[in-house]
Design a protein around this ligand. Sequence first.
Ligand code: ADP
Ligand code: MG
Length: 455
Amino acid sequence: MTNEEIWKAVLGEMELMLSKANFTTWFRNTSIISKDRNAVVVSVPNGFIKEWLENKFHKKILDSIRTLTPEIREIQYIVGHPKIDLKQNIDKVLLEKDLEEKIGTAVDVDVDRTTNLNKKYSFDSYVVGSSNELAFAASQAITKNIGKLYNPLFIYGGVGLGKTHLLQAIGNRILYENRGRVLYVPAEKLTADLIESIRNRTIEELKNVYSKLDLLIIDDIQFIAGKEKTQDIVFSIFNELHGKNKQVVLSSDRPPKAIPALEERLRSRFEGGMIADIGTPDLETRLAILKMKSEDKECGLDANTLSYIATNIQKNVRELEGALNRVIAFSQIYNRIPDLKEVKNILNTYLSSPYRKTSPQVILKNVADFYSISLTDLLKRSRKKEVVRPRQIAMFLLREETKLSFPEIGQKLGGRDHSTVIHAFEKIKKEESADEPLKQELVLIKERIYNSFEK
Ligand code: ADP
Ligand code: MG
């Protein structure tokens, strides 16, 4: 049995035991990266999940693996990137570097234990451009006037655009200047902590800790959507801090009004301060980011190379950094700067790496999920407004993300004519370039598509 087959079987069992949301939270982007006679190494996306798997699921995972390969005695969980293609040299170097970096974080070398802040995220290392200047200015402003200017500050934007960086920079500034108690917490972790403390009957203690803060930063707050108990407690913590003029900073992948299953009273609280969005960086900003990061790394890449990367990698800053790291990895392996043709090649593999593959089914399912409509409604011939738009978006994504022709897409969506599909495609394409919220929506849907299980 291959590692992949074994892990698939384990995931199958876990999926049966857990709710869908829970399963996704703890097992998304995990995989077995190596196995010897008695032990397997499981790669997980972050230290938080690592802890959770070790503490809560270890025995079940081990039992499940041992039904297939009884000789396994030990499982080691490692924070790293499972989806990188190991066959490639560059990927290997990246994986090792990444593992080193991440293992470092997992044992808390860089992250302060009481505040969860990582010093590497500062205002100084944040490049400002038109896509993020409002969010940046608001962030700086509140650090000068903590609790009194905008409360809460709510920053939203798509994946990899620099929300966490800004939030952490705010926390670091306050901590550095010794201006009060700070806590940064991802909403996922907050939720897990709450569940844990409810179970252990220590919820009052936990609330007490939160109520003493001068600055509470909750990252990715959209995660509490649909979680009633968590929302209850967040509401009461929020009110307590807000009432005392203590600063709250929140981030989300979308504005408060677009977070589904969020209680109205929380939504209106979230909208009660300042809302600032971060968009996708323009070419100039991308170039400035690359310049700064490449100078930090002293990699000696020339202006042409950087400009090629900035021009071609447009989606977000995380991807931009990924591309840069790839090029740097090449120059380390071959001990020279790649020429433009080579850079093209390196980025080509980057853009068509295996994890970017998807299927029409996955796209359709994710579009339906995203807009909370059923797959049947999406596919059949209904003309209801709430289905028409998602269907156009599905057509657009099928065209952009798969090799299907317009007539084939029409076939998949209830036997529609190819001219309907072309019309939808062109409509969304045109809107995408002008309409920032739509652009973000598409980014979010794609993010789900490429992270989903049904591949
Ligand atoms: P998000 O939280 O929005 O998903 P992150 O804050 O994690 O994004 O950003 C992803 C990566 O890109 C991080 O390494 C971050 O430091 C970097 N980054 C994002 N925006 C900027 C920026 N404006 N200047 C410098 N680095 C940035
Ligand atoms: Mg983030």
